[in-house]
Write a protein that binds this ligand. Structure first.
Ligand SMILES: Cc1cc2nc3c(=O)[nH]c(=O)nc-3n(C[C@H](O)[C@H](O)[C@H](O)COP(=O)(O)OP(=O)(O)OC[C@H]3O[C@@H](n4cnc5c(N)ncnc54)[C@H](O)[C@@H]3O)c2cc1C
Length: 225
């Protein structure tokens, strides 16, 4: 792809397999310029396939850190396989940042499934770096198994160090009863709901909240597919 304004080259620095079962990888890149974004945002990966432009979005998993870019992704199909198969030094091209999946003021409840935890990892990295009070922020992370509770150490550390931050890992556990419990403790107050993951996870949850009186503006929503 030709280099032009707005396109950033990202060279793979390192990669590691986070879960064999879900084929989830963490990839670290060194970019051609420092990245400026809000924790929770994503970059578009732009490439060509059979002469046609293809774009895939990936959330960044850390607070801004100069020219470093870290992703957490599943091998799901054509482009994600290509990314996971990159060798150190190989380059891809990205544009961004994009997206409104960022923390708002006031109490919040984050509902993430599987690799949907990627943008949340960036938000919590930022809280940890700033050692900022989170007000009241609950994170509920559902996953098929313990091995898919990515960034668990980071969230447990945040629970110890960041006032108001609560982490509930839910491996193979149904979300709705825990959600009901937390919301009932909020005593009728409606925290901002942050929902992220595949549509099969995210869309029913959004509807669940709307049915209980959440306004569209109180739901920060990001679907991967
Ligand atoms: C705003 C945004 C942020 C995203 N951030 C991430 C991220 O941080 N990590 C990440 O893994 N993906 C993320 N995605 C999904 C990513 O952009 C691609 O859609 C995904 O990697 C599949 O592309 P592909 O070419 O490999 O497969 P395709 O051939 O395009 O799709 C194959 C199938 O994979 C499904 N799929 C899409 N995403 C996933 C997934 N994550 N896990 C399992 N199945 C999936 C699709 O429904 C489709 O059926 C994000 C998408 C959006 C819109």
């Amino acid at each position: 792809m030709p280099e032009h304004a707005g396109v950033i080259a990202a060279a793979l620095a390192s990669k590691r397999l986070l879960s064999e079962a879900s084929q989830t990888w963490e990839l670290s890149f060194t970019c051609s310029e420092p990245l400026t974004y809000q924790p929770g945002q994503f970059y578009s990966f732009v490439t060509e396939r059979d002469g046609k432009q293809e774009v895939r979005a990936y959330s960044l998993t850390q607070a801004p850190d100069g020219d470093r870019m870290v992703l957490c992704l599943n091998r799901a199909g054509w482009y994600s396989n290509l990314l996971c198969d990159l060798k150190a030094g190989e380059t891809v091209h990205v544009q961004g940042p994009y997206g409104g999946f960022v923390l708002h003021e006031g109490p919040g409840i984050i509902l993430a499934d599987g690799v949907g935890i990627a943008p949340v990892a960036a938000m919590v990295d930022a809280l940890l770096r700033a050692q900022r009070n989170a007000g009241s922020l609950h994170l509920l992370h559902t996953a098929s198994s313990e091995s898919e509770l990515f960034y668990r150490d980071r969230f447990e550390r945040a629970e110890r160090e960041i006032t108001g931050f609560r982490y509930l890992p839910l491996p193979g556990v149904e979300l709705a009863p825990r959600l009901e419990e937390i919301l009932s403790q909020a005593g009728g107050e409606k925290p901002t709901a942050y929902i992220v993951g595949l549509n099969a996870f995210a869309a029913p949850l959004r509807q669940w909240l709307k049915d209980r009186g959440w306004d569209r503006k109180q739901i920060v929503f990001e679907r991967y597919d």
